[in-house]
Design a protein around this ligand. Sequence first.
Ligand code: SF4
Ligand code: SF4
Length: 310
Amino acid sequence: MHCPFLNESQVRSCRVASVRKLIPHLSPADAGRCATTQFTTCAAFQEQHQDCSGAPTCPYLQESLMQFCSASPVQRYVPWSEASVSKCGCGAYRYCDLYLDLTEASAHRNGAQSTEDALPVPPALQYAANHMWLDQAEDGLCHVGIDALFSRLLGRIERVDFITMPGSQGLGRGKLSATAVVRAGGSDWQVVFPRPMKISACNLMLRSDPSRLSTDPYGRGWLFAGTGVDTTGLVTGEQAALWMQDETRQLNEFVQERSGCCADGGMIVPGLLDKLRREDALVLFSGFLSPAADAARPHQATDAGKGDRR
Ligand code: SF4
Ligand code: SF4
């Protein structure tokens, strides 16, 4: 599994040049003196004091297979061995900003569309009951983030801090519950993916641009990447859509009960947590968005309405 924009090319370089410069594979006619008998006029060759008379090309000209991003405006070559561990050569490419810019994959990810009265629920993602999503690639690499409802409840995001980072030590076998603290409406909220995972990356772009969590929660707003997640009990596809409908209904009922406002069943107002009384906001967060919500989840979305968190 690799990014469709990742291409490969034979490149040539000079083994004795002080600055290593890679040149895409060219025909001998285009390759200049290095690939012709003219190499003997090169100062770098002459400094080696080797007698290579009669050789058709310079002995210091070497070829290697490199990979490069064909979408990048600045071409950067990556040795084949390194590409396999970069985001370009594994499932992580789907969260590369450049890839997302070119494909608009996050805006229309897997056909999920936002409507006036329904939040997008990309059917290919898996959802924990505390409104965090998981995207598992074929190679096992997972990305996690908050879903559209979580994002809407938070409203304008002011800051994101990561509590767990790659290499963080947890209790038992190096797996942790990926945790970040998100500041919204002047309050800090602890965002926890409720299944332990071995964290390999955090989305550090969120530090400089926390608004990504609001504008693109399923794409550029991803929080953590890692492996080894137990997906038991996560819902997906049609089941996830039904569950989201039920969650929206329960939230409306919660707001009506706590605030006395009429719940009209419409879209939840952005930044609702900031608009409620502090104690009501804490109850809402605990019941819908904390790991406790996941622990209490009925395992079938059709049973979701049976979980009363009021
Ligand atoms: S001619 Fe040989 S030594 Fe000179 S730059 Fe080319 S490869 Fe290097
Ligand atoms: S930099 Fe991004 S778009 Fe380019 S090959 Fe890598 S993952 Fe793909």
